[in-house]
Design a protein around this ligand. Structure first.
Ligand SMILES: [Ca+2]
Length: 65
């Protein structure tokens, strides 16, 4: 089940951490769903960013560990 992130704001320094994954930013898809953005990787919905548009998501918002 996707993590629902209601308070993401890169202006606050928020980042989305993805651990133990072979994913990288280029393998993620960002899909508009109403006013939200679904973050999808390898066909799996990883996170829902509430009240954020896909164009507002950038590579610097993610940390892969
Ligand atoms: Ca926040």
């Amino acid at each position: 089940m996707a993590n629902i992130i209601t308070d993401f704001d890169s202006g606050e320094g928020d980042v989305i951490g993805l651990a133990n994954t072979n994913l990288d930013f280029d393998t993620l898809e960002f899909i508009a769903d109403g006013s939200n953005t679904v973050v999808r990787g390898l066909g799996i919905d990883l996170a829902i960013l509430v009240d954020l548009e896909p164009t507002q998501v950038s590579e610097s918002d993610f940390v892969f560990v």
